[in-house]
Design a binder for this molecule. Sequence first.
Ligand code: PHE
Length: 507
Amino acid sequence: MAMDFKKLIHELSPLEKKVLLVLEKLQGKASPETILKEGDFSQDVEVMNAASWLQSKNIVTIEEQVKTVYALGSDGEEFIKNGLPERRALRKIIDLQGIALLQDFKDVLQTHEIPVAIGWLKQKGWVTISKKDTITILSVTDLGKSVFGKEDEDEKILHFLSLHPNSEIDTKKYHQLVSRKNVVKEKEIVLGYIQLTDFGKQVLSHGIVLQDEISQISDKVIKERLWEKKPIRPYDVSAFAPRIYGGKLHPLNVLIEDIRQIFLEMGFQEIMGNFVESCFWNMDVLFIPQDHPARDMQDTFYCKTPSEISFQDHKLLDKIAQVHLNGGSTGSDGWGDDFSKDEGKRALLRTHTTVNTIRYLYEHPQPPAKIFSIGQVFRKENIDATHLPVFYQIEGIIHDDHATFRQLLGVIFEFYSRMGFEKIRFRPGYFPYTEPSMEVEVFWNNRWMELGGSGIFRPEVTEPIGISNPVLAWGLGLERIAMLKFGLQDIRQLYQSDFDWLRNTPL
Ligand code: PHE
C-alpha cells in the first residue's frame, strides 16, 4: 500500500513539525540542545517527547554518541592561578638577567616541580642547559625571551578549559598538554543525537507547514466556534504508547490480604506476635519435650542478643515443669525426663505461629474466641524448590465450650474452598501439642500436596493456663498455597523480584 504522506503529516503535532523543520535546516542531524535553541521550544522535554514520537513513527532515530572532552585536572586548577612550572621558572631566569642555577628556583617552584619545569623549558626551547663541573646552568633562548609576557599555546588552552570545562579540543595540536595527566583530565560523555531517517527525509520532501490548529477541544473552541476558522488536528487513537507499569502490591501480599479477608468474613479476629520469643512459649508450654529434635541447633535459630528472655509467672513455670516431668494435674504421665527451667529462657526466632496462639490463650483464657494470625516463622531449612528458612504460616484457633472435631474439619475445609481448593483431605498426623492431630492435604495438578497441620490442643497444653474446654487449632503454610495459585514450580520464585513474573501474574 502506498504511504499516505498527506495523512501522516496531517497527524503530526505542532511540536513534531517544529523538530522536523529544525532538523531540515540543520542537515538532518542535531543534538536536542541545538534543536531546543534553534526551534524556539520552551522546554527540553518538548523536544524529547516530540523526538520519541517521531522515532516511533520511524521518521527520526535517536542515537547516542560518545565524545571525549577535557577539563582542568587538579594541578591544572593550581597552574591557572600560579602559572605553569616552566612559566614560573622562565620569569625567574629573566629576572636574573637570563641565566639561572637550579637553586635559584627554590622560591618559585616546589622541589618536585623543578625537574618538571626544566623538562618543559628544554622541550619548548625556552632555555639551553649547560653544565660546569656539577653545576647546571640555564640560559634563556631568543624563543624564551619572545614568549615572556605572552601566553603560549598550552596556556591559552588551559585558560579556555577553565572557562569552558568539558570541551572538545584538538588533541593533535595540544598533545603535549593532554599528555600532562594532572594538568588536564580526559572524560567521556554520552550525547544524544536526533537524526532524520531516509523515510523522514521523504516526509519532509512533501512539505511541512506549521499552522495554527486546534489540538484540544476546549469550551473556548466551542463557544467561539473556532473550528470554523482553524483546522482540528486529527487524533490517532491507535497510536503507539509505551506500556506503563504502575506500582502495585506483590502477589504474595495480595494473597495474604485475600486470606485475611476470608478469616475476617468467617468471624475471626487477627492477632500479631513477636519474631523473637522464648523457648518457654515456643516449645515448653506447647508440651514439646526438651529432647525433641525440633529444638536442635540444626532446626532452630537461637538468638545471641538477647540470648535469654525470662518470664515472671513462677506459678505457670512450676506447672509447666510438673507437666513435663509427670503430667502434673492434667491426667498425663508427662515426658518423665529431666526438665530445665533455664532451657525455657533461651531466645529464638519463632519456629511456628502457634506461639502467638498459646500466648493469646494464656492472656485471654475466657471463651469464646476465634483468632487467626498470618506471619513469618523461621527454621533452619536448606533452601530448595519447596523449602525456605523464612516462610509464612496461617494460624488459627477456635476456643468454645461447644467446639467439636467436626467443626475443625469444617472450618479448614471452608477456608480452602473459599481459596478455590475444592478437593482437600485430612490424614492422621502427630504434633506434641494436639490430640487428635491431622495433616491437611489438597489435591492439585493430579497430586496431593501437604499444606499444614491441625488438631485439638492437649490438656497438657490448656490445663496449666486455666482452660478446660476444647481449643481447635491449625497452622497452614502460605507459600505452598501461593505456588499452587500462581502455578510455580519453585517456591524461591516468590522472593526473586522477577519483574516479568511480578508484572504478569494474574491476581
Ligand atoms: N505448629 C504446627 C507447624 O508448625 C502446625 C499446627 C498448628 C499443628 C496448630 C497443630 C495445631 O507445623
